[in-house]
Design a protein around this ligand. Structure first.
Ligand SMILES: C[S@@+](CC[C@H](N)C(=O)[O-])C[C@H]1O[C@@H](n2cnc3c(N)ncnc32)[C@H](O)[C@@H]1O
Length: 261
């Protein structure tokens, strides 16, 4: 297991306002490290950064040598002069974590208006693409197509909020994506919040990486058939989730990591 990265995930990262929880953070860690081990290079990109919780996770994992591209409207919040506060808060969290944002690798704008070359010119081909931007069908369709066109052969796309009843169109968009590209793409992992897909030729590589990852050993690995491919569903029992939440609320973040060993 990765003691210092796990400490970062369970302590530091939880102080950044945002949405990625430890189970998916451990999946990001396991997949990026499996790619490193196999020499599968490339950049990392995210649509939907918010204040940077998943962005800083990826930054921390890939280190100084890696490139992480941030794409967001950055139009949230409002300062006294009416300008949005999101971008400054995003940068401030980075300073607090000791992680620097490479501002040449930030695109402020609507992801649905980007071309693949806007990404590949800055980053080269992408090995890991986190999609967590607009949550309506049009956004998901457009972001998935953009990610596909910028992806390395061995690239992974992580779709957020799949099967969340609050965002039904994400579910539709991801299912459409997998059905329309059934000959090339397949899902290999699902968590409570995210679905992870890759090109079919790499399905078994990533399926095994999830099955064998030491940092994911705490989860029950359940084989699930999803649109023609064997997908590992990482089940996180209610009991463990409750113990974790109680520990966090009791100020025991440092110890909460043990719950996921
Ligand atoms: C759920 S938040 C992302 C959470 C983040 N990944 C985290 O780990 O905390 C969604 C983000 O998507 C951004 N967004 C929404 N629509 C977008 C669009 N069309 N283009 C780019 N970003 C968009 C919003 O500004 C917001 O910051």
């Amino acid at each position: 297991m990765n003691a210092s990265l796990r400490k970062f995930i369970f302590n530091d990262l939880q102080t950044v306002e945002g949405y990625i929880d430890p189970p998916d953070a451990l999946v990001y860690l396991s997949l990026l490290q499996a790619q490193d081990k196999a020499g599968m290079g490339g950049g990392v990109a995210e649509i939907g950064v918010f204040y940077g919780r998943s962005y800083y996770l990826m930054k921390k994992i890939v280190g100084d040598a890696g490139k992480v591209l941030a794409i967001d409207l950055f139009d949230l919040g409002e300062a006294a002069d009416g300008t949005p506060t999101q971008y400054q808060r995003f940068l401030d969290y980075g300073k607090r974590l000791g992680l620097t944002v490479d501002q040449d690798l930030v695109i402020k704008g609507d992801s649905t208006r980007l071309r693949p070359s806007d990404i590949t010119d800055r980053l080269g081909r992408v090995r890991f693409f986190s999609i967590d931007g607009g949550h309506m069908l049009g956004h998901v369709v457009s972001d998935a197509a953009l990610a596909t066109d910028a992806l390395a052969e061995h690239g992974i796309i992580a779709f957020d909020d799949t099967f969340n009843p609050a965002w039904p169109e994400v579910t539709v968009g991801v299912a459409d994506f997998l059905r329309e590209r059934a000959d090339t793409f397949s899902a290999f992992c699902m968590t409570k919040y995210k679905t992870y897909v890759c090109r079919r030729a790499f399905h078994d590589v990533y399926y095994r990486a999830i099955r064998e990852a030491p940092d994911l050993a705490a989860f029950r690995h359940v084989d699930t058939q999803f649109l023609g491919s064997k997908t590992v569903r990482l089940h996180n029992p209610m009991g463990r989730r409750m113990v974790y939440e109680l520990m966090v609320h009791a100020g025991m973040r440092g110890l909460s990591e043990r719950v996921y060993r």
